[in-house]
Design a protein around this ligand. Structure first.
Ligand code: NAD
Ligand code: MG
Length: 389
C-alpha cells in the first residue's frame, strides 16, 4: 500500500484527490489529511477515510477537532501547527501538495526534501523558490509530478527524458493554454467595478477563491508560466500563452518537425490527479468521456495585453529571476486578499503588483530564509500601498 498525505485536503484539489483515492482503496492508504482550520469538512473526511493523522495549522481549531473526535470511535490522531504539517508531509510515500499560496512552501519542501513522490498543485511554492526547490528535488531524488492541468498536459506531451533540455529532445516551444477567465469579453471600462463573486464565477473550472481571482486577472497563467520554466527546464521565451476559452485542450507541445501534441479532456482536476497518482500507468478517475461532437468547436486567440497586465508582470519576473517572482507572488496574495475583502478594486490588483515590483530590489536567494524574507518584504510593501490606494 502506498501511504498518501493530502496537504490542503479540505480545498477544491483536496476534495477531488480524496474522490480519486477512494476509488482505489486496494492501492492507497491515506496516511494524513492536513488543512488550515476547516473543522467541519476535515471531521467528515476523517470519518470517511480514517487517516492515521489529521493536522490543522490552527492550534485552537485542532483542539475543537480533537474534542469532536473523542465522541466517535475514530482512532485518528489530531496534530497542530506548521511543524506537524511538515512532519506528515515528510513521512508519506506520496504527498498531494494542495495548500493554497505561500503557506504551502515549507510543507511542500518538507515532502521534496524527504524524497517523496510529490504531486504539485501548490504552484506558488515553485514560483517563490524555483531554483532551491528544483535543486532539492535533484538532491533528494523526489519524483515531482505536476497537477496543474496545463503542466500535467505538457508533461504528458513531452518526451520522457525532457530533463536533458527541451531543444535536445526536438521540442520547439510550449503552448500554455488558458481560458481567459470570466472577464475575457467584459468591456474594459466595466472591469473596475467587478465584484469578488463575479471574479470567482469561472466559466469552466470550479476552484478555490484565490486561484479563481488569479484566473480572472490571468495572473494564474503568469504564475503557470514561471512554474513551467522550472518544471520543464526552459526559458520564458520558449513558452507562448494561448487563450482557449473552452478549456478542452489543457496545453500543447510543438516539436521542430512541426508536430503539435495536445492533451485534451474534460475540465475536471480528477484527470491530472489520477494521472499523477498512477504514473506511469493509468487508472480510473471518475471523469466522464470528452464528447467532441457535443463540444463541436475549439477557439484560440492571443491574450489581450491591455486587459491582462498581470501576464506581462509575471513574464518580467520570470525573465528577472532571483527573488522577483517571490516578490510578485507575495504582493499578489495581498492584493487578491484585499480584492476579495472588498478593499481593492479589480483593476488596482496589477497596480499594486507593478509598484511593489518597482520598489523592491532583486537578488539571488541562497536559502529558503531569503525567499521568506522577500515574501515578507513584499507583503509589507503591498499592504502599505493598499492603505494609500
Ligand atoms: P482552496 O482554497 O479550495 O483550498 C486550499 C486548501 O489549503 C484548504 O484545504 C485549506 O485549509 C488549506 N490551507 C490554506 N491555508 C493553509 C495554511 N496556512 N496551512 C495549511 N493549510 C492551509 O484552494 P484550491 O483551489 O484547492 O487550490 C490549492 C492549490 O492548488 C493552489 O496552489 C492552486 O493554485 C492549485 N491549483 C488548483 C486548481 C483547482 O482546480 N482548484 C488547479 C490548479 C492548481
Ligand atoms: Mg492551471
Amino acid at each position: 500500500m502506498e501511504k498518501v498525505t493530502v496537504l490542503g485536503s479540505t480545498g477544491s484539489i483536496g476534495v477531488s484527490t480524496l474522490d480519486v483515492l477512494n476509488r482505489h482503496p486496494e492501492r492507497f492508504e491515506i496516511y494524513a489529511l492536513a488543512a488550515n482550520r476547516s473543522v467541519d469538512i476535515i471531521f467528515d473526511q476523517i470519518l470517511a477515510c480514517s487517516p492515521r493523522y489529521a493536522v490543522l495549522r490552527d492550534e485552537q481549531q485542532a483542539e475543537v477537532l480533537a474534542e469532536r473526535l473523542r465522541e466517535t470511535d475514530s482512532s485518528t490522531q489530531v496534530l497542530a501547527g506548521e511543524a506537524e504539517l511538515c512532519r506528515v508531509a515528510a513521512e508519506a510515500d506520496t504527498v498531494m501538495a494542495a495548500i493554497v499560496g505561500a503557506a504551502g512552501l515549507l510543507p511542500t519542501m518538507a515532502a521534496v526534501e524527504a524524497g517523496a513522490k510529490v504531486l504539485l498543485a501548490n504552484k506558488e511554492s515553485l514560483v517563490m523558490a524555483g531554483a532551491l526547490f528544483m535543486s532539492a528535488v535533484e538532491r533528494s531524488g523526489a519524483q515531482l509530478l505536476p497537477i496543474d492541468s496545463e503542466h500535467n498536459a505538457i508533461f504528458q506531451c513531452l518526451p520522457e527524458n525532457h530533463r536533458q533540455g527541451l531543444a535536445a529532445q526536438g521540442v520547439k516551444r510550449i503552448l500554455l493554454t488558458g481560458s481567459g477567465g470570466p472577464f475575457r469579453q467584459t468591456p474594459l471600462s466595466e472591469l473596475v467595478g467587478v465584484t469578488p463573486d463575479q471574479a470567482c464565477a469561472h466559466p469552466n473550472w470550479s476552484m478555490g477563491r484565490k486561484i479563481s481571482v488569479d484566473s480572472a486577472t490571468m495572473m494564474n497563467k503568469g504564475l503557470e508560466l514561471i512554474e513551467a520554466c522550472w518544471l520543464f527546464h526552459c526559458q520564458p521565451e520558449q513558452i507562448e500563452v494561448v487563450v482557449h476559452p473552452q478549456s478542452v485542450i489543457h496545453s500543447m507541445v510543438e516539436y521542430v518537425d512541426g508536430s503539435v501534441l495536445a492533451q485534451m479532456g474534460q475540465p475536471d482536476m480528477r484527470t491530472p490527479i489520477a494521472h499523477a497518482l498512477s504514473w506511469p500507468s493509468r487508472m480510473v478517475s471518475g471523469v466522464a468521456s470528452l464528447d467532441l461532437i457535443l463540444q463541436a468547436r475549439l477557439d484560440f486567440e492571443a491574450p489581450d495585453v491591455e486587459r491582462f497586465p498581470c501576464l506581462r508582470l509575471a513574464r518580467e519576473a520570470a525573465e528577472a529571476g532571483g527573488i522577483a517572482s517571490a516578490t510578485l507572488n507575495a504582493a499578489n496574495e495581498i492584493a487578491v486578499e484585499a480584492f476579495l475583502g472588498g478593499k481593492l478594486s479589480f483593476t488596482d490588483i496589477p497596480v499594486v503588483l507593478e509598484q511593489v515590483m518597482a520598489r523592491l530590489d532583486n537578488r539571488e536567494p541562497l536559502a529558503l530564509a531569503d525567499v521568506q524574507d522577500a515574501d515578507a518584504r513584499a507583503r509589507v510593501a503591498a499592504s502599505a500601498l493598499l492603505a494609500k490606494l
